[in-house]
Design a protein around this ligand. Structure first.
Ligand code: SIN
Length: 283
């Protein structure tokens, strides 16, 4: 039996877990309890876990294996492990600093993301998550029905194309990001997939990668997408996490969006990230 202790951090999403030591190999029962906690709470946090790349890689493999990580340079000798870093002297743009679901533009977006903090600012640098099952459940019944039959086109173009926002803000950035017009590729997903593990319906649109409704023009799509972007991150669906060094966060990309707050001017922040392979969203 697992001795996992679960303390929710808001009424809607997020829990701190205690009772797991990630420096040693987990039993099948512990891994199942961890997975169940991520599915139930959508994002979980384990504090006071000394960082080691080998432990991050092992847990990623145990949860389903690495997803495909485009555009971001992996650590030497550790494919799929990305340093999310902003130096103290860097101003401007931070990585992940807009609401999104990781790699939703892929044909099979990641199931989970793991993010392990090494160094965090004394003030600021929190991350927010939003529960996209609650976002869907709180729409009116008529709009829910419309969205159940809609598909949304996703693309990495705005962020990662050769003239996208990450290319235009590259000067002085220490994080290695390889922008390219490969980012202009598009994939269409159900607006409301059924979660492959929980069977729950979840809203699957985000302002970073969603482009338009499939079969609609961008202009026709914009008002409804904008309404969904605003609705999907209402305070009532969110949590905000104050990082301490050596904390691991694991979240379910299929049922959340997240946003890294860029409010730590003058301080260094470094976390290491992997994604776990997922499947094509369906309903
Ligand atoms: C990300 O979007 O993966 C980065 C989140 C963060 O740095 O808090």
């Amino acid at each position: 039996m697992s001795a996992l202790q679960i303390d929710r951090i808001t009424g809607s999403i997020g829990a701190e877990l205690r009772g797991l030591d990630l420096t040693r190999v987990q039993t099948d029962g512990e891994l199942q309890a961890l997975r169940d906690a991520v599915l139930a709470h959508k994002v979980v946090f384990l504090r006071d876990q000394p960082y080691d790349t080998a432990h991050l890689v092992r847990l990623t493999e145990q949860l389903g294996g690495h997803g495909n990580t485009p555009f971001l340079e992996s650590m030497p000798d550790h494919p799929g492990v990305v340093r999310v870093v902003k130096e103290a002297h860097e101003g401007g743009f931070n990585f992940g600093g807009a609401w999104h679901s990781d790699w939703s533009f892929q044909a099979a977006p990641p199931a989970f993301t793991l993010l392990w903090s090494l160094e965090v600012p004394p003030q600021g640098g929190d991350t927010m998550w939003s529960n996209q099952e609650l976002a869907f459940q709180t729409l009116s019944a008529g709009l829910q029905d419309t969205l159940r039959s809609a598909r949304v086109v996703h693309s990495a173009g705005w962020a990662y194309s050769a003239d996208g926002v990450l290319a235009r803000t590259a000067a002085g950035r220490s994080m290695q990001i390889n922008t390219s017009d490969d980012a202009l590729a598009e994939h269409s997903h159900p607006a409301v997939p059924v979660h492959p593990e929980t069977g729950n319906e979840t809203l699957f649109v985000n302002p970073t990668y969603s482009v338009r409704f499939d079969g609609w023009s961008a202009a026709d799509s914009a008002p409804l997408l904008q309404h969904l972007y605003t609705h999907s991150v209402r305070d009532a669906f969110t949590c905000r996490f104050r990082w301490t060094a050596h904390t691991l966060a694991i979240w379910d990309n299929r049922s959340t969006q997240h946003n890294a707050l860029n409010d730590y001017r003058g301080y260094r922040r470094e976390l290491h990230r992997t994604t776990v392979a997922g499947s094509a969203p369906t309903r």
